[in-house]
Write a new protein. Sequence first.
Length: 149
Amino acid sequence: MDIKVLLNGPVPYDQLSELYTLVGWNRDGSRTSTALQKMLEKTSHYVTAFDGTSLVGFGRVISDEIFLFQLSDVMVRPEYRKQGIGMQVLRTLLDALPANAGTIRMIDGFISASIWEKLGYHTVPAEKVMYALLEKDELKDKQKDKKSS
């Protein structure tokens, strides 16, 4: 298997939407091809992993290139996991960041500490991290409506 990992390369948005669905991050169906194209226009770095023409992995960094570097949406198709593709995606993303990117925020908490150590990072203890998750009430109401119908 020859996996090609590309930084900011072409994206088959229909396959990316399917990948989000496969990993459970598109339950509401909002990650359409059009929405994902707009998302990537606002994303500083993203990585795609292909097996031939099939998108099998993806990850992105949201950044202002000065202070904020936020790793988000690192995912691999379930049948391609445990083959080092996620590590290739992470390594490619991290290598693309500027030298001042010493602290990276991460959205996906499923990446183990041992992987970060292999990449030269360590996790910060939870008591030193402050954040809040805010969700608009109307979004919550829409999700409730979908569940009840």
